[in-house]
Write a protein that binds this ligand. Structure first.
Ligand SMILES: [Zn+2]
Length: 257
């Protein structure tokens, strides 16, 4: 036995040690969480392995909706609960409302999964941040004000947003939220496909059917919800042109942030 073989020389220099740091996406998730915390939101989470009920049924997604199709959803081996990898963080809305009485305001940052071909803007996994506010006298103006405040804190004080009608089964009315292009300030450039606006998130007033499903009286309470693509806002803010770079483990990207 050579005792010296396992001897650790604490005085020996191993040269410069590279310090690790948080991945850019983690940094953005923390920043988003801090902004919403400062606005009074709590942070909630839920399982990535979900059931059809929480991911689709309870969110008023009709049984024949194309999103349920095998093309978009990773289904697990068929069983009674019909388990899947969640396709959206909206599942946590249901889980949270089952256990908590209004009023409340939460955000849910987390991973989601889609069974689809990958390209520069699509990957099989990415991050969303869900938002949900339920209380008395909550209206669309509250939604607009909240999102405008959030986007100003993230992208700068000169942010202007606009709402367009949009369809998501679990909200009514649903809106698409655009932000004035942060590069050209609305003049039109390649980043905004010359439109001057950038589509930034989907939102709306919580559908009464969703509230009734979790036994919250939709005549007394209203709510708004929004879903933010964390990867998308990170790509926009840091001008990263391929979502797959986030998950490639390539240190040339990681070390820049
Ligand atoms: Zn532009």
């Amino acid at each position: 036995m050579n005792a010296r073989k396992n001897f650790l020389d604490m005085t020996k220099s191993e040269g410069r040690v590279e310090k690790g740091h948080l991945h850019l996406l983690t940094q953005i998730i923390r920043e988003v969480s801090e902004i919403f915390s400062s606005l009074g939101f709590k942070i909630a989470d839920g399982p990535e392995l979900e059931t059809e009920f929480y991911n689709f049924d309870a969110l008023n997604v009709p049984p024949d909706h194309p999103a349920r199709d095998i093309q978009d959803t990773f289904w697990l081996k068929p069983d009674k609960l019909k388990k899947l990898l969640r396709t959206q963080t909206s599942d946590v809305q249901i889980r949270y409302m089952e256990k908590n009485k209004p009023p409340f305001a939460i955000i849910v940052p987390g991973k989601v999964f889609r069974n689809e071909a990958t390209d520069a803007t699509h990957d099989i996994q990415f991050h969303q941040c869900e938002g949900l506010v339920v209380g008395e006298n909550i209206n669309l103006a509250n939604l607009k004000g909240t999102l405008e405040t959030f986007l100003k804190k993230l992208f700068g004080e000169d942010v202007i947003i606009r709402l367009r009608p949009g369809y998501f089964p679990f909200v009514e009315p649903g809106v698409e939220v655009d932000m004035i292009c942060f590069k050209c300030k609305g003049k039109g450039c390649p980043a905004c496909s010359q439109s001057g606006w950038i589509e930034i998130l989907g939102a709306g007033m919580v559908h009464p059917t969703v509230l009734n499903t979790v036994k919250i009286d939709s005549r007394k309470y209203q709510g708004f919800a929004f879903g933010l693509g964390v990867d998308r806002i990170t790509m926009l803010r840091h001008e990263i042109d391929d979502i797959r770079l986030f998950y490639s483990g390539d240190l040339r990207l990681v070390n820049q942030f």
